[in-house]
Design a protein around this ligand. Structure first.
Ligand code: HEM
Length: 499
């Protein structure tokens, strides 16, 4: 046998022995439990065998695996070792640490998201750049009124458009098709209102195209696997998907760039239109190190990626649960009629007097969270979680679905029961385990805006319309569907204007 032959056999045997050893001992010291893994493939086979729908519903496979292996679970996706945290204790322990605010550097993700550059506040890897962008953005959102009165009026304007639009669409048929996507454009407008003070008509093809861009990334269930198994992007069909995501995200950024150029030309510091103007002010004042044009483009993209689908899917989920639970819908409408009546719109100031209406939206967020598994975070040094060691740089994802749907935290977690959030005095209570916006220093930046916009939208629509199932024998499925964010499966509804 040639020297090369002996070398290949030795290499192969070495790899087999190392794999057996790693599986027995773990890839690192005091490793969390998890399924066996093979070289190159990792635990992909165990994962794929977890369900016949593993690609369609990876969330459910991860959740089932966590029940088997524990709250701190190692999962090797391709050649990438990762850790998934489930349960409130492990999530809180991890997310409260100062050193876990980083996102791991992932070349494929960054190529798809930001042409390879680690910018922005959502996927940006952390450190000084992220801190500065996050601090600025939180302040800008607050000043622009996100989650406060100023934004109320803009959201109400959008609701008024949606009410007219729904009346037109249902005229003669009482049928609203594709309810699972209906709120995409209204919510896109809410983000455009915040970013640049502009809005699109619902029949504007440009707005539809923008949402198609966002969907190509957010709804692509193989986007996650490609980031952990990067060689996939070189082989069909993943190669095509990878390039499609890159091209559509590029096209979205070209559009953002042209809006920024327009806003720069018409900039007037006395009339701030939105986030872009706020950023331009920082740029002109030369404050901070990281106020470049590229930072601005990716920050805007972050607001759309993190803020539009999450909010719109929450509303679609809401109407899905309401048609499945007509008694809850009636109770919300009864409260709206009793407290507000039909003569005026419902604003955020009314929320405190509408506990059942508020609790119903909380229950929607709990039972069908659009962001069930957070994007990966990591620590630049070894850390210990629940007694297990997680080495520096290993990506960690938090399975917040395990808490929101966990029996340990919520009684009968698969049932839709808004009253679980009300106490004996009929006041809303927020349990510690209610974490749909994540936990710790990288928790959602848009929580206030999402809370206001979702509440105002659904309450005002229920004041005007009733929503029913098209065919009670064929109810909408409650199985989540998506890629990086989750919403309901396609469904239509019957809508009538309330007497
Ligand atoms: C119902 C709607 C929403 C839900 C359920 C939601 C949930 C989440 C979750 C779970 C995270 C991940 C936190 C982590 O990594 O630990 C997140 C991050 C983020 N969200 Fe939201 N979100 C919503 C709406 C919004 C809106 C409307 C905006 C902005 C306009 C927004 C902006 C962000 C940003 C920028 C991040 C990244 C923060 C960072 O990495 O520092 N979100 N969101």
């Amino acid at each position: 046998m040639s020297f090369l032959g002996v070398f290949v056999i030795c290499l192969f045997c070495g790899l087999v022995l190392k794999t057996i050893w790693n599986n027995l001992k773990g890839p690192w010291e005091n490793v969390p439990p998890g399924p066996i893994f093979l070289p190159v493939l990792g635990s992909t086979l165990t994962f794929a065998m977890g369900s016949k729908d593993a690609v369609k519903f990876p969330l459910l496979v991860i959740d089932a695996m966590a029940k088997k292996y524990g709250e701190v679970m190692r999962l090797s996706m391709g050649s990438q070792h990762m850790v998934f945290l489930s349960g409130l204790k492990a999530i809180k322990e991890f997310a409260s640490k100062e050193e876990t605010t980083m996102r791991p550097y992932n070349e494929t993700l960054l190529e798809m998201y930001s042409d390879g550059e680690p910018l922005g506040m959502g996927i940006g890897i952390g450190g000084e750049r992220w801190k500065e962008q996050r601090r600025f953005s939180a302040r800008a959102l607050r000043d622009l009124g996100a989650g406060k009165k100023g934004m109320d009026a803009k959201i109400l304007q959008e609701v008024v458009h949606a009410i007219e639009d729904i009346k037109n669409r249902i005229s003669g048929t009482q049928r609203l098709t594709k309810m699972d996507q209906y709120f995409d454009l209204p919510d896109l407008n809410i983000i455009w209102g915040l970013v640049a003070g502009i809005r699109y008509e619902y029949d504007d093809p440009a707005a539809h195209q923008q949402f198609d861009y966002l969907r190509s990334f957010l709804q692509e269930s193989t986007a996650g696997p490609m980031t952990t198994t990067p060689w996939l992007k070189y082989i069909p069909p993943f190669k095509g998907i990878y390039w499609n995501i890159r091209q559509t995200m590029d096209a979205f950024r070209v559009l953002i760039k042209s809006v920024i150029q327009d806003q720069r030309k018409t900039f007037d510091s006395e009339h701030v239109r939105g986030y872009i103007d706020k950023f331009l002010i920082e740029q002109k004042a030369n404050r901070g190190k990281f106020f470049t044009d590229k930072d601005l483009i990716i920050n805007c993209q972050d607001l759309f990626i993190a803020g539009s689908e999450t909010a719109s899917k929450t509303l679609s989920n809401c109407f899905m649960w309401l048609v499945l639970n007509p008694d809850v819908q009636l109770k919300v409408q009864e409260e709206l009629d009793r407290v507000i009546g039909r003569e005026r719109h419902i604003t955020m100031d009314d929320k405190i007097n509408l506990p059942y209406t508020d609790a119903t939206m909380m229950e929607v967020r709990r039972i069908s969270t659009p962001f069930p598994i957070t994007p990966p975070r990591t620590a630049p040094m070894d850390i210990t979680i629940q007694g297990y060691k997680i080495p520096a740089g290993v990506p960690v994802q938090m399975n917040i679905y395990s808490v929101l749907r966990g029996e340990k935290y919520f009684d009968e977690p698969d049932k839709f029961k808004p009253e679980r959030f009300l106490n004996e005095q009929n006041k809303v209570v927020v349990p510690e385990a209610f974490i749909p916006f994540g936990y710790g220093k990288r928790r959602c930046l848009g929580e206030n805006l999402a809370t206001v916009s979702n509440f105002i939208f659904y309450a005002n629509l229920l004041q005007v319309f009733s929503f029913r199932m098209i065919d009670p024998k064929n109810p909408p499925s409650t199985l989540p569907c998506g890629g990086l964010t989750y919403g309901p499966q396609p469904f239509d509804v019957r809508v009538s204007v309330r007497e």
